[in-house]
Design a protein around this ligand. Sequence first.
Ligand code: KG4
Ligand code: ZN
Length: 352
Amino acid sequence: MPKLQQPRHKGALTKGEELILGIESSCDDTSAAVMCGGKILANITAGQAVHEKYGGVVPELASRAHQKHIVPVVAEALRAAGVERSALSAVAYTRGPGLLGSLLVGSSFAKGMAASLGIPAFPVHHMKAHVLAHFIRDARLTPPEFPFLCLTVSGGHTQIVHAASPDALEVIGETLDDAAGEAFDKAAKLLGLPYPGGPLIDRCAAAGNPAAFSFPKPKVDGLNFSFSGLKTSFRNFTEKHIRRDSNFVKNNLNDLCASLQATITDILMTGLHKASAQTGITRIAAAGGVSANSGLREALQATAREHGWQIHLLPLEYCTDNGAMIAAAGMFSLQSGAPHSTGDAAVARWKM
Ligand code: KG4
Ligand code: ZN
C-alpha cells in the first residue's frame, strides 16, 4: 500500500465541499477518482493490455485484472489527491450496465469500503455518468445548459440522450445492433490492429483520404442507428481486395481508416441533425470513448460553425471510461438525497 500524503481535507466539510470517491469497473478499465466540491483532485485509470491480442474484451480476464488493480488504483487516487479515506463523504460506483464479473469487483469493493467508513455508497448508471461528466468543475469545461442533447458513443452503446435535468436523462435514439465503438474495434481487428482499435484507426485516418473508399450508410427509421451493415460491407470489401492483392490492407491502411471513420462520423452526425430538428435543441454534447475521435470532434465543431449549434466536448480523459464521471454522478446523488443502499446488486443490463 503506497504511503498517503499529508491530508489536505480533514474533518467536517462545508456544503459543496463533499469528498466523493468514484469507482468505475464496468468493462476493461479500473478507474478511481477523488472529487471535492465538483472538482477532480485525482483520476487514476489502469487499462488491461491482456485483451489486445483477442480483438475484444475477454470477460473472465477482465474480472481477474480488476481484482488485481482495484486496491492499488484506489490507493493511488487517494494518494494523488492528498486525501485520507476517513475524510471521504461518499463512495459512488458503477452498478451497471456492463460485464457482470467486472461490475462485481468494483461494486463489492466500493460497498465494503463505504460500509467500513460508515458513509453512503451510491449506485451509478454508467451511461448516465458519461453524460454527467459534463458537469465536472474543470476550467476546460463549460457545463451545458438544460435541456441539451448528448451523443453518447462507446464500445457498448450508441445513444442520443435528451437531458432535461441531471435526473431526467431520456434515450431518444439508440443503435439497433452494434455500437459505434464496436464498429471501430471490429473493423480494426479485420485490419490486423490490436484492441481497442478505435484510437488506432483515428491515428491512421489522420494520414489518409476519407473519400478514397465509400461504404453504404444504413436507412434507419426515427433517431436510431445501425452499424452491423457497415461492419459486413467493410469486411466483404477488404476480403475481396485481399484475395486480389495480399498487400491491399498494408498499402491502403490510412485510406481505409479515414474512409471508415468518415462513414461512422457521417452516420452519427445524420442522427444528431435529425434529433436537433425534431426537438429544436441546438445545445449538443458528446460523451463516451468514441467522442474522443478526431473526425467526429471536427464534424461537431464544423456543424457548430455552419448551423449555430453550441457544442460541448470533453477533455479526452473524461471521454473514455473514468472514475471522475462516476464521482460526478455520485455528487448529484449526494446533493439530491438519492437513496443509497449496500443491498443493490450489480446489473449487466440496466435501462436508463
Ligand atoms: O466509453 P468507453 O471507454 O467504454 C465503454 O463504455 O464501452 O468506450 C470505449 C470505446 C472503444 O470501442 C474504443 O475503440 C473507442 O471507445 N474509442 C475510440 C477512440 N478512443 C476510444 N474510437 C474512435 N476514436 C477514438 N479516438
Ligand atoms: Zn463507457
